[in-house]
Design a protein around this ligand. Structure first.
Ligand SMILES: NC(=O)c1ccc[n+]([C@@H]2O[C@H](COP(=O)([O-])OP(=O)(O)OC[C@H]3O[C@@H](n4cnc5c(N)ncnc54)[C@H](O)[C@@H]3O)[C@@H](O)[C@H]2O)c1
Length: 328
């Protein structure tokens, strides 16, 4: 199938491009390159442009005879979303609705959307089930929830079909070591930890050591980016076979603490990684872990690369091969 990958030059999208190619599909990337990298698309067709550009998107959908759209293009820094909320609503909500409008006007009906665990907010009960009440605590999470709700109504009122995948903590890199995470402003724990053995950071900060968890540090559900990509490829088949539109968690169903991640990084890199204890940050729940049965059953999907050693080993290979990220 010909699949439009909006945001395919970014971290998760570029792994979906690789997975699509590996499974015989043809990805066509649409990306502004504002936050992404040309080389991350490797030999896939790249159209530089914005999801909000209706004329361009309709042209691309027709020109490449697109069957399905995977949509990764968004802004996703939580802190920034609270400082510049309109920027987030305009890109993440309006930009997505324009993309969907172009799809509907050209008869493209299948949509696979990158949503997030941030739509839930701070639920008390773990693991998190898809059906719980959503109370996002930041603009980023709310912008994704708004898109999910629009998709739900569109699927009820037309033949638009979608899956919204709520990712937990995406991490790791492609096994080749040639595609990986390169964010100009890095906020994710594993690349930040690996900056210490790379000599780019003196120490990693542990924010909060007095949480109600076995070692006092926050627990998160870490899911390898190639496992995420695999779920997206399976999502195409799911929709083609008439699977019900809706949202699914993508996580492993179990979590690791910050200290466990740092210890695993010490083991994989063979280096002492200095850690310093710091106060808690506002809005960091003690634990966020997915209940993942829905995706397991509906897609026949199981994470196979999400053990800590593979996650950190693959990320380490990528960072060692590309100490300054992509060339662009
Ligand atoms: N990385 C995670 O842990 C995580 C977790 C949950 C959800 N998500 C979601 O997954 C998606 C991908 O995340 P990522 O970490 O790969 O982000 P990323 O910033 O690496 O990639 C996003 C890509 O989209 C492009 N882009 C942004 N707005 C665009 C627009 N209007 N038109 C065209 N291109 C545009 C950027 O240039 C970039 O290449 C995002 O929607 C994000 O909200 C990510």
């Amino acid at each position: 199938m010909n699949v439009l990958v909006a945001g395919g030059a970014g971290y998760v999208g570029s792994h979906a491009v690789a997975a699509l190619q590996e499974s015989g599909h043809t990805p066509i990337v649409l990306d502004t390159l504002e936050l992404g990298h040309r080389e991350a698309c490797r030999d896939a067709e790249l159209v530089v442009g914005d999801t909000a550009d209706y004329d361009l998107v309709t042209h691309v959908l027709k020109e490449f005879e697109i069957d399905t759209v995977m949509h990764f293009a968004a802004y996703s820094r939580v802190g920034e979303s609270m400082e510049e909320p309109l920027k987030y609503y305009i890109n993440n909500v309006v930009g997505t609705l324009k993309l969907i409008q172009a799809m509907m006007d050209t008869g493209v009906k299948r949509f696979i959307f990158s949503s997030t665990a941030a739509t839930y907010g701070e639920p008390e009960k773990m693991p998190i089930e898809e059906s719980i009440t959503k109370c996002p605590i930041n603009v980023y999470g709310h912008s994704k929830l708004e898109v999910e709700e629009a998709c739900q109504w569109l699927s009820k009122t037309s033949d638009f079909k979608y899956v919204a995948f709520r990712y937990f903590n995406a991490c790791g890199a492609h096994k080749s070591g040639e595609v990986g995470e390169d964010h100009e402003v890095e906020t994710h724990l594993i690349p930040l930890i690996l900056q210490v053995p790379m000599g780019k950071r003196e120490a990693i900060s542990i924010f909060g050591t007095d949480y109600d968890t076995p070692d006092g540090t926050c627990i998160r559900d870490y899911i390898h980016v190639s496992d995420l990509a695999d779920a997206h490829v399976r999502g195409i088949d799911y929709l083609v076979k008439g699977g019900e539109s809706g949202a699914m968690n993508l996580g492993t169903g179990s979590g690791y603490s910050v200290r466990q991640i740092i210890d695993a990084a010490r083991k994989v890199t063979g280096q002492e990684i200095k850690a310093v204890e710091a106060p808690r940050r506002a809005g960091d729940p003690s634990e966020l872990v997915a209940r993942a049965d829905k995706a397991n059953n509906a897609l026949g999907w199981k994470p196979v690369q999400s053990d800590l050693e593979t996650i950190i080993g693959s990320a380490w290979l990528w960072h060692k091969n590309h100490p300054n990220g992509y060339a662009s």
